[in-house]
Design a protein around this ligand. Structure first.
Ligand SMILES: [Zn+2]
Length: 273
């Protein structure tokens, strides 16, 4: 089975919380959208409601060009610092605003910080995927978590700054990643940030270098026969053919996945490959 690759972008102000400028949206987004169109790849854009309100034309372009619009919170708030009720209000408000542009069923919390029991809020708001966790961050999920309530947690595979390393270094990382491979990056990374007063990891390799590497990344996986998908396409594939998908994953030994329930009766389902 070919590897599945999900490319995603977190559409937010420049390098939050350090800056509140939006050069990434104004200058980075058109470059990303052009490149994806040239390479004929559909991606998922997790967008904050505040950005969508301020830049409706860009959000409309995301949807019109066949990409998926996802939710990245209302104003890029840290959900682990909000109470359950505050989180619920922020998600409901953001969802209502973003759904004016089209259906929104995929979510990623800012800073990849989202308490697991808050998934109930996503279920109640008809989300089908959550990508608020990462394989390289505690509690180090090893693969997909499929909740019986009908939502899948799809963890990010690597942090965004990996995509700005010199190509020969990152190439070795990409070939070792397990499917489904989830990448994320930010519009501001495609603008030259080197002269801005921000942390080093918000600056290095930004601008043209990052854009060139994004193209190399797409071409690298394509040459190996990968299938590019949005989160929406991926979750629909899993739910529509769960048994078949499971057996394919298991026979190829390329994926881990677990079936869970929000009532916390974790069933380790073929969990230890
Ligand atoms: Zn973010």
């Amino acid at each position: 089975m070919e590897k599945i690759v999900l490319i995603s972008f977190d559409v937010e102000p420049d390098c939050p919380p350090y800056l509140s400028s939006t050069t990434g949206i104004e200058q980075g987004m058109p470059l990303i959208l052009e490149l994806l169109s040239t390479e004929n790849v559909r991606a998922t854009f997790f967008t904050t409601a505040v950005i969508a309100e301020k830049f409706p034309k860009i959000v409309k372009r995301i949807v019109d060009e066949g990409h998926e619009l996802g939710c990245h919170g209302y104003r890029h708030e840290r959900f682990d610092k909000l109470s359950y009720d505050e989180a619920r209000k922020a998600i409901e408000k953001a969802t209502t605003l973003l759904r004016r542009f089209g259906d929104v069923i995929s979510f990623r919390a800012p800073n990849l910080m989202f308490p697991e029991h808050y998934i109930r809020i996503l279920i109640d708001n008809n989300y089908m995927s959550d990508s608020s966790n990462a394989k390289y961050k505690p509690p180090f999920p090893r693969g997909l978590e499929i909740f019986e309530e009908g939502i899948i947690r799809v963890p990010a595979s690597v942090t965004s700054s990996v995509l700005r390393l010199p190509w020969r270094i990152q190439k070795a990382i990409h070939s070792r990643l397990k499917s489904p491979i989830v990448y994320f990056a930010h519009p501001w990374e495609y603008v030259d940030m080197r002269k801005k007063k921000v942390r080093f990891d918000c600056k290095f390799g930004t601008g043209e270098h990052a854009l060139k590497n994004l193209q190399r990344l797409i071409q690298f996986h394509r040459e190996k026969g990968a299938v590019f998908m949005t989160f929406r396409e991926f979750v629909k594939l899993v739910f529509s053919s769960r048994i078949q998908f499971a057996s394919q994953m298991l026979s190829n030994n390329t994926h881990n996945f677990f079936v869970k329930s929000q009532s916390n009766t974790l069933q380790d389902f073929h969990g230890n490959l």
